[in-house]
Design a protein around this ligand. Structure first.
Ligand SMILES: Cc1cc2nc3c(=O)[nH]c(=O)nc-3n(C[C@H](O)[C@H](O)[C@H](O)COP(=O)(O)O)c2cc1C
Length: 362
């Protein structure tokens, strides 16, 4: 029997799959749907002193990812305080309220949000740019005015995410959430030559699979730099992605884009998938594989000579993907089994990454 539950800063989550701030947690009803969809805990849409004036249109699908210009909640803070958090609280899961942005705004909003019964705060730094001082001041302000855990959500636009992580830990943050959507991007409708988003200059932030590797790298770097727990977010769309973040050191994960595209059931599906993965690998708890990959991230010089991968013939289905993806023309399927020409092989690793049966490996 595997145990998916995690405890972070005293908050007990039934599983480590949480929603990220965004339209799928835009009000109390949406938060209830996330809970019913199987989320391990709840994170609400960012609120600030006044409602956002959200440009329309504000979301465009770019391949499997999303470019958005949604800003923070367009609902009045008072509505969140009186109705929306209370609705979500009825589900009995830990509820994290996302608040923004500058120290004076945090000082005004955080105590009210805490009084509304939320269990922790997440500070969104998305609109503070690369200003480390603004981020640390906001963190200190939150810690001054509330006694519940304060997570600081880092933006990948921060010049050096590790520097920001160390600074917010020093400013008293209880945990870090990494990362927010990546900006700024632009999508143009070539049929009418117009920007797809209605924001200033059509600019928006990128989320979804396109930013996953960036997010995993940030999480791994941050986890090696700080002692406080880190929640990973960015491009998670299945259990394997979620496991990858946890192996990079995350204590839990959040997702938004995948829930926008596939609906509220995604949280439970990923949690179930993770339990299945854990059973197959013999992991009993999240702690069994949390941060397990960090020890393999080399600091020493790398190999610059080719070492061709081997083919496990019993696993090879002859599908030909290795051949299709081999830009060096070293992989060939011969009589339904892949073969690697060691003279042509550059050792790039692409075939290893595309083989669906792990028949090609280093
Ligand atoms: C439409 C949309 C709205 C978002 N709104 C917020 C927000 O209000 N506050 C915030 O901190 N992050 C916000 N985000 C960022 C997400 O919480 C998340 O950090 C980012 O999308 C990366 O995760 P994903 O790839 O799973 O979507 C938003 C993302 C999207 C796509």
């Amino acid at each position: 029997m595997v145990d998916l539950s995690v405890e972070i800063c005293g908050l007990k989550f039934r599983n480590p799959i949480l929603p990220a701030a965004g339209p799928t947690v835009r009000d109390g009803d949406a938060l209830v749907k996330a809970a019913d969809g199987g989320a391990g805990g709840l994170v609400a849409k960012t609120v600030s002193v006044s409602p956002a004036h959200v440009p329309r249109p504000n979301m465009v699908k770019v391949k499997d990812s999303i470019l958005n210009a949604e800003l923070w909640s367009d609902l009045p803070l008072e509505q969140w305080l009186r109705f929306e958090y209370a609705k979500a609280k009825k589900k009995g899961l830990p509820l994290i309220a996302s608040v923004g942005y500058k120290a004076d705004e945090i000082r005004a909003v955080a105590p009210k949000v805490k009084a509304a019964g939320v269990d922790a705060l997440e500070l969104s730094t998305q609109h503070l740019g690369r200003d480390l001082e603004l981020v640390t001041e906001a963190t200190k302000a939150a810690k001054e005015v509330v006694d519940i855990p304060v997570f600081v959500k880092l933006s990948p636009d921060a010049f050096d995410v590790v520097q920001f992580a160390r600074a917010v830990e020093g400013a008293g943050a209880d945990g870090i959430v990494a990362i927010n959507a990546l900006g700024l991007g632009l999508a143009i409708d070539i049929e009418n030559t117009m920007p797809m988003l209605g924001s200033v200059s059509g600019h928006g932030w990128l989320s979804g699979p396109a930013i996953k590797s960036l997010a995993v790298r940030c999480v791994a770097d941050v986890c090696r730099a700080v002692k406080i727990p880190v929640i990973g977010v960015g491009g998670i769309s299945n259990e394997r992605d979620a496991v990858e973040f946890i192996m990079a050191g995350a204590s839990a994960v959040q997702l938004s884009t995948a829930a926008i595209i596939r609906g509220y059931k995604i949280y439970g599906l990923i949690a179930d998938g993770m339990a299945k993965f854990m059973r197959a690998k013999g992991y009993n708890s999240i702690a069994d594989f949390k941060g397990i990959a960090l020890r393999h991230l080399p600091e020493q010089p790398f190999r610059t000579t080719s070492k061709p991968p081997e083919i496990i013939a019993s696993r090879c289905t002859g599908c030909g993907l290795c051949e299709q993806y081999c830009v060096y023309e070293a992989a060939k399927v011969v009589r339904k089994i892949a073969r690697i020409d060691p003279v042509k092989c550059y050792g790039c690793g692409m075939c290893v990454s595309v083989c669906p049966t792990r028949a090609v490996r280093f």
